[in-house]
Ligand binder design. Structure first.
Ligand code: NAP
Length: 233
């Protein structure tokens, strides 16, 4: 029997939504969040079942406690939201960098802080990082930095929140995700050429790996690349 709901922060689209859909399809109570209340409610209705939507901005961390006040027991907490910036040290845009760093490091942590009373000892938390952590590209300075921060966050949370489990998933570029589905063929082919499985990883594969990290009671403190062998190249 489930001990609570599945909460997916950043569950209105992309990988978070795909994961929310997989739990909702099994009849689980699911909550999806995004920046906007109406959009979150629309996404929840489209996902179906007993899914609920909540809107709040992770880059405004003081607003998070009130937004999550009515959330009851949580079995699996997923932190998947992102607002991408394109940033380099030479052409540094402070405002977008502050938003991304705030939402993924302070905002994610504040969500956990607020929901901690709702997370039983056998609950689990999954944080989405990404392989820009290990494979920077021009413009990835903030993305690379926050994904490195996610790796460190897992380690401190495992200690602070024990016996609750905390893991992170670090996908390579997910070819069929909304963010990348329309990328130029030239870029797609260059990425495939550097991926030993000969194709980009898929949303379904990321969902399967996410569920393993959330549900296997022995898995704790793992930062799992899901990359088709990209890191070996
Ligand atoms: N897609 C990939 O190939 C890939 C690769 C590596 C890592 N990742 C990681 O996987 C996670 C999901 O990526 P994705 O591409 O699936 O995301 P996505 O499609 O861009 O969706 C982003 C989600 O985050 C929410 N969001 C954005 N800014 C927010 C804010 N300030 N406050 C609260 N919610 C906010 C969005 O909600 P609204 O739009 O409704 O506000 C949406 O639900 C991210 O952490 C990303 O770093 C993805």
């Amino acid at each position: 029997m489930a001990n609570g709901s599945v909460v997916v922060v950043g569950g209105t689209q992309g990988l978070g939504r795909e994961l929310a859909q997989s739990y909702a399809g099994e009849g689980r109570d699911v909550i999806v969040t995004g920046r906007d209340q109406a959009r979150a409610e629309t996404a929840a209705a489209e996902i179906g079942g007993s899914t609920r939507g909540i809107g709040f901005d992770l880059a405004e961390p003081h607003s998070i406690a009130a937004a999550l006040a009515e959330v009851g027991a949580v079995e699996h907490l997923v932190l998947a939201a992102i607002e991408r910036d394109v940033n380099s040290v030479r052409d540094y845009k402070i405002d977008v960098a502050v938003r991304l760093a705030t939402m993924k490091l302070v905002g994610y942590t504040e969500v956990i802080h607020v929901l901690l009373p709702q997370l039983a000892d056998d609950s689990s938390i999954l944080i989405y990082g990404g392989l820009a952590r290990d494979r920077p590209y021009p413009g990835s300075t903030t993305v690379t930095t926050v994904n490195g921060g996610v790796t460190a966050l897992v380690r401190t949370l495992v200690i602070e929140l024990a016996p609750r489990r905390v893991n992170a998933i670090h996908p390579a570029i997910v070819g069929d995700s909304p963010q990348w589905i329309d990328m130029p063929a030239e870029r797609h082919d260059a990425l495939v050429a550097r991926t030993p499985i000969g194709r980009l990883v898929t949303m379904a594969e990321v969902v399967e790996a996410s569920r393993f990290l959330l549900e296997n009671a022995a898995i704790n403190g793992i930062n799992l690349p899901v990359d088709g062998g990209w890191l070996c190249m």
